[in-house]
Every structure is written in structure tokens, then in C-alpha cells.
Design a protein around this ligand. Structure first.
Ligand SMILES: Cc1cc2nc3c(=O)[nH]c(=O)nc-3n(C[C@H](O)[C@H](O)[C@H](O)COP(=O)(O)O)c2cc1C
Ligand code: SF4
Length: 357
């Protein structure tokens, strides 16, 4: 087993572990930044918010392997000399919260004494790390502008590590001498057995779908990475290996059946993402609403004929202009829809006629 000192951070770096909460950031780099500043004051935030509607992996992991997540959190506390561990668990994930609390009661008193529990509001952006810190400091789960970054000044103004629950489970396995060779994904949409799968890193999406019982209907497209991910043509997606280079995001793989309308599906997701903006930054609040409205007009056959060119223009104007990456994720998703479903967007009016035929 690697030594649980600064050496352990080297072991994390050598393992190549990247965060499993969506951003895919190298874990060792984040730990080193917190370790340098900790001075025995650091705070560990265990991110079990899981705000992505189609993702189920984090709540399943907390429900079925709570000790593994706690092991990872307490290792982080030891290595980074933290004085607090906060379990930030989605308010709707009741089973997960109960399992984590039951497991916590089975731990030693010094470990239990470090921990407090917080219910993450059930909003998409509440899982973003600055939103988690804002909530824990002031009770408001909206993202804030960085800097200071969490590792500089987070909860109680102390250096803070915010880490996804699956990432922490991998930490526990690395401490036992393992390597992160698998990843959790959530299969959704037109697949025989939707739900969570643990797959070897590098497994192709086609093989993962086969492990999920295969498709229920020929897919029109595959959404890789959930609502912050990208649509892909099935032929391209099928070969794609599941690892952090695949922009796996939070690990949701959604299959859109050929009988579904991709424009209506995209418009629905854009309306959801626009409504989930925390309304603090103009380009995000107004920009996402304008994009969602234009998509909806096309989906409802109410467009004046200029909405598609508006969408193609506006997708370049929104990214990078918010305090967090919410608008960037939404625009990446929409851009992929405009690319993969170009002809569906251009000829949408005809789909009602097709159905009526
Ligand atoms: C809008 C938004 C929502 C997010 N939601 C979550 C979430 O629900 N759970 C999560 O673990 N990370 C979420 N993240 C990513 C976190 O900001 C952060 O990168 C992550 O918790 C760090 O842990 P990791 O490095 O182990 O992935 C979200 C990010 C953004 C921008
Ligand atoms: S970019 Fe959007 S979600 Fe992020 S803080 Fe600004 S308004 Fe809120």
C-alpha cells in the first residue's frame, strides 16, 4: 500500500486518476494545491449532489458502497491534514443519504467527529464546486466567480478540496494498491437495461450498450456525457472508448431512438438548462433562454425561418461569459445537436407530416 503522506499524492498522479464529477480534472494536481496551503485547516467536500437528471451512478455508489466513499474522504482528510469533512448529498437522494449516515455510524469516533452533513438543493448548478462552497458558507447554492479558487479559499475561507464521490471511491482503491481501471456510467434512453454499469476504461460504447442488454430500437444518435455532453452519430459513438479522453462528463450515455424527434428532444433539454441557470450572469440567463426559445419555435413549427441561423450565430456568443461553466456546457450540447441533426433542424416542419403519413 502506498504511504498515506505526501507520497500518496505521487501515487494518485502516477495512477492518472481524473475527477469523475464531469470536468475530468487531474486529481493529484488538485490535492497538491490543497496540501501546499492546508496548514491543518483544509476542508474536504464530498460531492454527492448528482444534479444531472439522467445520472444515477453517484447515488447508487453512495447507497451500495458507502464505506468506500468514506474511506476516500478520510484518506483525503489525513493526507491533506483537513479539519472538516462535509458530505454534500443531493436532497432528493434519500437512500444514498441514509446509507452514508448508517456507514458513518459504523466508523470510529475520531472519524465521525470530522464529519458534517449538508443537503445539496435539487438544482443542476448546485453540484458545481463554487455553488457547493457558497451554499456551505452562506446557504445559497449558486456558483460564484473564481478566484479565489476553492483550493485557495473555500469553506470557512480555508483551502478546500471538492471531490466527486466516485473519484473518492477510486482514491480508496488506490490506497489499497489498486489502479483506476474502471468507470461508472449510466445508460439511459433506448437501451434494454437502463441504469448504472461499471465498465473497464477503454470499453467501447457499443460494448457497454451490449452489456446493458443492447438497444431497444435502432438509435438515431447517442448523447455522450449527459446534458453537458455531445450528440454523436451512432456509428462514430459505437467505436468510442470510454475513458477521460472521450469527454465522458458525468458518465451518462443516452440513446435517442430513431422514432424520437431530435429537435424536440434538444429543445426540451435546452429549456431545462435555461431554467437551471442561476440568473446571475446576463449572457447565461438571457443567452440560454434565447437559445431555448429559438429551439422551441423550430420544434413547434412556429419559426419565422431565421431561427436556425440565429442559433448558429448565438452559440458562438455565449461560451466563456458566465461565472461558471453552465452556459459553456449547454452550448456545447446545442452545438453538437446543430451538427449531428443539421438536416432535422433544417427540415423540421416535415416531421409532423411524416408522422401523419
Ligand atoms: C453546472 C455544474 C454542475 C455540476 N454538478 C456536479 C454534480 O452534481 N456532482 C459533481 O460531482 N460535480 C458536479 N460538477 C463539477 C464540480 O464543479 C467539480 O468539478 C467536481 O465536483 C470536482 O470533483 P471531481 O474532480 O472529483 O470530479 C458540476 C459543474 C458544473 C459547472
Ligand atoms: S454562468 Fe449561469 S449558472 Fe453559472 S453563475 Fe452565471 S448565471 Fe449562474
Amino acid at each position: 500500500m502506498p504511504q498515506l503522506g505526501v507520497d500518496f499524492i505521487g501515487a494518485i498522479e502516477r495512477s492518472g486518476l481524473v475527477g469523475r464529477g464531469g470536468a475530468g480534472f487531474p486529481v493529484g494536481t488538485k490535492w497538491r494545491a490543497v496540501a501546499q496551503r492546508s496548514g491543518g485547516r483544509a476542508v474536504i467536500v464530498v460531492n454527492g449532489a448528482e444534479g444531472e437528471p439522467r445520472s444515477q451512478k453517484d447515488r447508487l455508489l453512495m447507497t451500495t458502497r458507502p464505506h468506500l466513499v468514506l474511506d476516500g474522504a478520510f484518506i483525503a482528510a489525513r493526507v491533506l491534514r483537513a479539519r472538516r469533512v462535509i458530505l454534500y448529498i443531493g436532497e432528493r437522494h434519500e437512500k444514498a443519504r441514509h446509507a452514508m449516515l448508517r456507514a458513518l455510524h459504523e466508523r470510529t469516533e475520531p472519524e465521525r467527529g470530522l464529519v458534517t452533513l449538508a443537503a445539496a438543493p435539487g438544482r443542476y448548478v448546485a453540484g458545481a464546486e463554487t455553488a457547493a462552497i457558497h451554499f456551505l458558507n452562506e446557504g445559497i447554492a449558486t456558483p460564484t466567480t473564481a478566484p479565489p479558487l476553492p483550493f485557495e479559499q473555500g469553506v470557512d475561507r480555508a483551502p478546500t478540496l471538492v471531490q466527486n464521490v466516485e473519484t473518492l471511491a477510486h482514491i480508496a482503491l488506490i490506497a489499497r494498491g489498486g489502479r483506476p481501471t474502471s468507470t461508472l456510467i449510466t445508460l439511459a434512453g433506448g437501451v434494454a437495461r437502463p441504469g448504472v454499469l461499471e465498465v473497464e476504461l477503454g470499453t467501447s460504447i457499443g460494448d457497454a450498450v451490449r452489456q446493458g442488454g443492447g438497444v431497444t430500437e435502432q438509435p438515431k444518435a447517442v448523447l455522450v456525457g449527459g446534458y453537458f455532453g455531445s450528440w454523436m452519430e451512432p456509428a462514430e459513438a459505437w467505436k468510442l472508448p470510454l475513458d477521460h479522453r472521450a469527454r465522458l462528463g458525468c458518465g451518462v450515455i443516452g440513446l435517442l431512438p430513431a422514432s424520437a424527434c431530435p429537435v424536440c428532444e434538444t429543445a426540451g433539454i435546452m429549456r431545462y438548462l435555461a431554467a437551471e441557470s442561476s440568473a446571475q450572469c446576463g449572457p447565461c440567463f438571457f443567452g440560454l433562454r434565447a437559445l431555448a426559445d429559438a429551439c422551441t419555435r423550430i420544434a413547434d413549427n412556429r419559426s419565422d425561418g431565421r431561427d436556425l441561423s440565429r442559433l448558429n450565430r448565438w452559440v458562438d456568443e455565449v461560451p466563456g461569459r458566465g461565472a461558471c461553466r453552465h452556459p459553456d456546457g449547454a452550448v456545447m450540447f446545442l452545438s453538437s445537436a446543430l451538427r449531428v441533426f443539421a438536416s432535422d433542424f433544417a427540415n423540421h416542419g416535415s416531421h409532423d407530416l411524416r408522422r401523419a403519413a
